[in-house]
Design a binder for this molecule. Structure first.
Ligand SMILES: C/C(=C\COP(=O)(O)O)CCC[C@H](C)CCC[C@H](C)CCCC(C)C
Ligand SMILES: Nc1ccn([C@@H]2O[C@H](COP(=O)(O)OP(=O)(O)O)[C@@H](O)[C@H]2O)c(=O)n1
Length: 316
């Protein structure tokens, strides 16, 4: 049975793929015929693909870096890519652990740089996975392994001083079970549901990683002018989040479009990205940190805004 056939039979996994109306219009019909889906899913408005389109499968085969012809090597390629990216994640965390231990950077900056780089580099690595329909699951293994790592060390079932030092605020292991855990769960969600076939996942991760990450770095250093409705946040932090989040989102969309994963109407896309960045920045500035962690509220606000604005602005 070919690797790509596996998914065809694993309906639960395929159903995850189709939980957003966006997937319905882009998922190859052979994976989830809409007749198999609950009515409330199929009733969702179909995504207007005129705004951008996923290249036909045969073209995408050329666009997946190091794509090995046929499914035969796809599983091997995806397994190798997953191992490579897991190693990259470990290397990133230990690099910042060393820099922090040697007092070359402070712990809060180390954590934020890991916050910015982890998700963006993970997303940037997606093209090394094959074009097979199962590739996204191999890619999602990377944040899954890190999720397990955070839970094990967050519950103090084992000790990893390097992880704790480079990823927590105060060095308490249980901190791993909040921001960092939510962060990797969002990576899993975007890899499986949106993958490299949707700007929505790309923009959401760019805002969570790049936007939210820079807000802390800039806000702590230059945030003397506080936001009236939330003295914990500053205009400098929020403005940097809007600008950097916008630039990283546009940059990552450009990256995936030049690799041939989708074609975008850039005039409309820039407007949509600016809207998503604005909404995500406003949500991040709200005094709701105790209710919902930024690593949930920022990507969630980005996803909802992108889903709406694509539809709304997608119709000519
Ligand atoms: C520090 C992190 C989140 C904390 O956010 P906040 O509370 O400060 O808002 C990020 C945690 C990252 C995680 C430990 C490692 C994730 C690795 C990633 C899945 C794979 C990266 C691979 C790439 C090639 C480097
Ligand atoms: N919009 C923002 C966001 C953060 N910040 C600064 O960054 C610090 C950490 O922000 P945060 O609580 O959102 O950090 P995380 O929850 O993202 O780790 C805040 O206490 C502020 O000093 C800011 O000034 N303006």
């Amino acid at each position: 049975m070919a690797y790509s056939d596996i998914l065809r039979l694993s309906s639960p996994a395929a159903a995850i793929l189709s939980t957003t109306h966006f997937r319905l219009s882009l998922l190859p019909r052979h994976v989830v015929p809409s007749s198999n889906l609950p009515s409330f899913i199929t009733a969702l408005p179909k995504y207007n693909t005129r705004q951008f389109r996923v290249l036909p499968r045969k073209l995408r085969a050329r666009s997946s870096l190091f794509s090995i012809v046929g499914d035969g090597g796809a599983m091997l390629q995806d397994a190798g890519a997953a191992v490579l990216v897991v190693g990259g994640g470990y290397a990133l965390v230990s690099t910042f652990d060393n820099l922090t231990r040697r007092n070359l950077i402070e712990q809060s900056l180390s954590r934020k740089l890991v916050h910015i780089l982890s998700g963006l580099l993970f997303m940037a690595a997606w093209p090394i996975f094959s074009t097979s329909t199962g590739a996204r699951y191999f890619a999602s293994l990377v944040p899954c392994i890190n999720c397990l790592r955070l839970v094990i060390h967050g519950l103090s079932l084992a000790t990893d001083e390097g992880l704790i030092k480079s990823v927590t605020r105060e060095g308490n292991p249980e901190e791993l079970l909040r921001g960092p855990l939510y962060y990797v769960l969002v990576l899993i969600l975007c890899a499986i549901v949106f993958w490299r076939e949707s700007p929505i996942g790309v923009i959401s991760l760019a805002m969570m990683c790049g936007g939210d990450g820079i807000a802390d770095i800039v806000g702590r250093r230059f945030g003397s002018l506080k936001i009236p409705y939330n003295p914990q946040k500053s205009w400098a932090g929020s403005l940097s989040m809007f600008l950097f989040g916008f630039l990283v989102s546009a940059g990552m969309l450009y990256y995936f479009s030049i690799l041939g994963y989708f074609e975008l109407d850039w005039v409309r896309t820039i407007k949509r990205v600016a809207l998503v960045s604005f909404v995500a920045t406003v949500v991040e500035s709200l005094p709701t940190g105790k209710l919902m962690d930024d690593n949930i509220s920022v990507p969630l606000a980005s996803m909802v805004t992108a889903l709406i604005s694509f539809d709304r602005m997608g119709t000519p």
